[in-house]
Design a binder for this molecule. Sequence first.
Ligand code: IPD
Length: 259
Amino acid sequence: MDLRKQIEEAAREAGKILLSANDIQAATDEKSGHANFVTMYDKKVQEFLFAELARVLPEASFVGEEEGAECFREEYRRGYAFVIDPIDGTTNFIKAYRPSVVSIGLLLDGKPFIGVVYNPYHGILYSAERGKGAYRNGVLIHSSGEPLERSIFSMGTAPYYEELTARSFRIAENYLHRTIDMRRSGTAAWDLCLLAEGITGLYYELRLGLWDFAAGAVIAGEAGCVLTDIDGNPLTYDGPSSVLAVSAGVARENYMPEA
Ligand code: IPD
């Protein structure tokens, strides 16, 4: 089985842990930052994936959200590095607001290589490998060709960083006037997949952990999207960053935030 298929298998298995969860409120702790939660299931899924993916690719290093690796270590720039968000959309998970997803990115020499995002609630798996296109449940997908004014956009609120709230919403107001409407899913990985599939035309968030966007960025990039930070600089894949991602159609015009 090729590498991408093996990672997809691991994501599907991990998804079963999300589906089996019960009494999530009781299994929840708070992390630093505003309303930043972790559940016993985030830890369980991460442990499972670290073990499973180490079997698939023994030479790889690992960055996982629940390990608390805020900074990217030098070793992650060499060879393979898995960047994992065991449950992207933890607040959704706690509140039973769907979806929450398993997000597995694989970097090769510090650059995005494979991305797998699995939504176990609706049985939807997005995956991509550099140079080989992006897929939704095995079917090739491409981002939208429509302009900004004919698109809906989604945004993340960078909820753990209250100092970013005012700018986040100024930008949202600006895009609200330049698009059809706005959505907020509660999972950055999922937002990037909806963009990749051509459902939305633009997504941004002022701060994400690498684990929130590593997998989705490969999928969106392979679907023809353009990804930068909020100021238009290339993403560096070496730690937290803002993300501005647009469809192929929106990329043809001036889409930078005017706020
Ligand atoms: C969060 C989600 C959310 C985004 C936050 C992320 P988590 O990830 O992706 O959509 O707004 O910035 O941190 O904490 O649920 O893994």
